[in-house]
Design a protein around this ligand. Structure first.
Ligand code: HEM
Length: 527
């Protein structure tokens, strides 16, 4: 056996020398300092204590959702147009203006519910978060692979995530907890019809769509606003897995999607997505049978066509997973001039939540980390200090002045954009109310009818498999909802569970829901 205690530099070994973080060369990385070869260790053993105590702190909290993910880099290239109209008609955001203009991007794909090392073949929405490093500072478009979401008000996010995460006692994802919550939350139906269809298990990250899901605004030079929704379409096509496909994949590899993306980029097969946008005038749109700001709804493409505004190519992998994937931080509040929020009740909650969790998860100076810096814009703030301050964010001429206003140097305010006032005037009383036009079932039913037969069969099978593990009242309420979504879906799932329309006709609508006339007609048929 080799005696490692005597291993030193070999003659001719030109590799760089190992040091500690104080820059001291490490002469022996195999043995602690002890009193004699067999004696006790000493406390002044600085090199050993530094090494082990840093190791003890290697993990930071994983993301509360979207813990497992992969980050890659590339660029976005603008067309300068929205379809065939100059894009400046709708937004003054600089990154979109000139045809061919490129903006650096970092993209993180993720699963939602599993932990940092969980399977990438799980049935779960996939995150699709894009950070654009624009000349006006960063813009984050934090989306998912499914076009709608479970809930429409941010106040319910902790509940939906608790229901989907493992049981606090068994630490298993329990179908009864999931469907207990969902069956009491009819706005989930549209998402469930998507999630339990084959779309709920994308084949990998390169073959999936991305959606901003929430409604944002665009602002033009005149301060005029439009409502917008964003969609990413993969040039590679969309591919999904059945439960059987997924089981086979995860039997061999829990991280197949990360591997697939890394390998494609390494071999120069760069994945590409087209960015399309749907536009709506910034008003209530009483002519629609849904609320445009409701993220459980899609905007019908025949009335609001999705038009291309650019493409994105991913061509570089990270050098270090922790620095660039674990610490990258996205948020819906991260917008640039020409892009704005809407009053979507999810968006406002998300916008608080992201930077709040990142101050806790990564630290108060998370925006000083290279991957999060606005690297193509100047950053000059009067924010100072806090844990892990890495540098001073561009003080003005006088480094003593870290406040504003000042006549002795320091930073000044920027000029307002030409049109500060924008969008419609809104008045109303403070209140807590459901939005009007909740219409929870119609689009879910339309989605079901758009599916091919094999997709419908898969959806029914998945519902039946999981609902079979639920308690009878939960099953009955889910069948009741699915009958309101679409007769065929409700009947087939009910049949799989041994529950007919007669068994659920006694159920009253939930106090938390509004039914449309069409829903009432369907309900009357049940009775
Ligand atoms: C991650 C909150 C809805 C997409 C996260 C994180 C939080 C969060 C706290 C962890 C962030 C981090 O640790 O850096 C919320 C809240 C929501 C909501 C409160 C509802 C009110 C949504 C929706 C989407 C979405 C509707 C899709 C459009 C994502 C993505 C990530 C994420 C993609 C991962 C970002 C990354 O890769 O680092 N969300 N979320 N979330 N969320 Fe949400």
């Amino acid at each position: 056996m080799t005696d490692v205690s005597s291993m030193g530099p070999q003659p001719g070994d030109e590799r760089p020398v190992l040091t500690n973080r104080q820059g001291h060369p490490v002469y022996d990385n195999q043995n602690q300092r002890t009193v004699g070869a067999r004696g006790p260790a000493t406390l002044e053993n600085y090199q050993f204590l530094e090494k082990i105590s840093h190791f003890d702190r290697e993990r930071i909290p994983e993301r509360v959702v979207h813990a497992r993910g992969v980050t890659t880099y590339g660029y976005f290239e603008a067309t300068g147009y929205l379809g065939d109209e100059p894009i400046s008609r709708y937004t003054r955001a600089k990154l979109f203006q000139q045809p061919g203009k490129r903006t650096d991007v970092a993209v993180r794909f993720s699963t939602v519910i599993g932990g940092r090392d969980s399977s990438e073949a799980a049935r779960d929405p996939r995150g699709f978060a894009v950070k654009f490093y624009t000349e006006d500072g960063n813009w984050d478009l934090v989306g998912n692979n499914l076009a709608v979401f479970f809930i429409r008000d941010a106040i319910k996010f902790p509940d939906v995530i608790h229901a989907l995460k493992p049981d606090p006692v068994t630490f298993r994802q329990e179908p009864n907890r999931i469907f207990d919550f969902m069956s009491q939350t009819p706005e989930c139906m549209h998402m469930l019809v998507n999630l339990f269809s084959p779309r709920g298990i994308p084949a990998d990250y390169r073959h999936m769509q991305g959606f901003g899901v929430n409604t944002y605004k665009w602002v033009n030079q005149h301060g005029e606003t439009h409502l917008v929704k964003y969609h990413w379409m993969p040039k590679q096509g969309v591919r999904s897995m059945t439960v059987a496909d997924a089981a086979a994949v995860q039997a061999g590899d829990l991280g197949h999607a990360t591997r697939d993306l890394h390998e494609a980029i390494d071999r120069g097969d760069y994945p590409e997505w087209e960015l399309l946008v749907q536009i709506m005038t910034d008003e209530e749109h009483p002519e629609l049978d849904f609320e445009p700001l409701d993220d459980t709804k899609v905007w019908p493409e025949d009335r609001f066509p999705a038009r291309p505004v650019g493409r994105m190519v991913l061509n570089r992998n990270v050098e270090n997973n922790f620095a660039e994937n674990e610490q990258i931080s996205f948020g819906t509040g991260v917008l640039v001039d020409g892009l704005d929020f809407s009053d979507d009740k999810m968006l406002v909650g998300r916008t608080f939540s992201y930077s709040d969790t990142q101050r806790y998860r990564v630290g108060p100076n998370y925006l000083q980390l290279p991957v999060n810096q606005a690297k193509n814009a100047d950053v000059r703030t009067n924010q100072r200090d806090g844990f892990m301050t890495y540098h001073v964010d561009g003080a003005g001429e006088n480094p003593h002045v870290n406040y504003e206003p000042s006549i002795t140097g320091g930073l000044r305010e920027a000029q307002f954009p030409t049109h500060d006032e924008q969008g419609p005037t809104i008045t109303g009383r403070l209140t807590r109310k459901r939005i009007p036009r909740t219409n929870d079932y119609k689009q879910a039913g339309q989605r079901y009818l758009l599916m091919e037969q094999w997709e419908r069969d898969d959806l029914v099978l998945n519902f039946v498999t999981l609902l079979s593990q639920c308690e009878r009242p939960v099953q009955e309420r889910m069948v009741w909802h699915l009958l309101l979504v679409e007769d065929d879906l409700g009947l087939r799932v009910g049949e799989g569970l041994g529950i007919g329309p007669d068994d659920v006709s006694h159920l009253e609508p939930l106090a938390s829901q509004d039914l449309t006339d069409e829903d009432r007609e369907r309900l009357a048929k049940l009775g």
